[in-house]
Ligand binder design. Sequence first.
Ligand SMILES: [Zn+2]
Length: 240
Amino acid sequence: MMFTTSWDDGYADDTIIADLLEKYGCTGTFYICPKQQHGNVMLRTEQVRAISIRHEMGAHTIEHPHLTQVTKEVARSEIVRSKEWVEQQTGKPCTLFCYPYGDTNEQVAHLVQEAGFAGARTVEQFAFQSDGPFYLPTSLHVFPFPLRPVLNRRCVDPLRRAKPHLQRLNIPLYKWRGWLPLAKALFTHAYETNQPWFHLWGHSAEVKKMRMEHVLDVFLQFVSTHKDVEHAPNSAVLHA
Ligand SMILES: [Zn+2]
């Protein structure tokens, strides 16, 4: 099974995530965007370069808009310019894209393909195989579970969203008590049922704000104890 991770928005805390991934031989795909969000410090060019030597970098637009809610021309420009921006930052070809808020449709996916990307990630969770290279889902978001953090009132209750998936996957109820037991149970499910991959996804600034560095460390350590897990960037799982 392949183990892949991705990290959105280009926060300066991505450097901490990159180091943590390396500690356990894991790899990441970092979808960076120049727009400052939620008052967080963003990566500087030299930090992007340093991460890009060891990990994969993807594009995530310039202004972080909902791509289905802007005109086709604006969407095209956001997509094309973000590819150029990432390539300027890293000095390497950029082949992957991530839809802000996971917001996409057939037209947006087509624009991404037309811009020369090989694939694009959504924010779908509880998946262990691809829905096509331009609809790459994830397995789990690094986010407090089962309760919604008080700080983030806009977010849908994580348990309500996860419940039908966890029932479908037969994840026992006692594993729903926190993010770490849930992450371990989902990984074990994927590993034991020979799924093509497990895809962990998050935002470095959120991991820090929600104090999830430790559980993330423990989870990556848990993954590293499994035999025959191949650490792969997002580009390697697009067709699996
Ligand atoms: Zn984003």
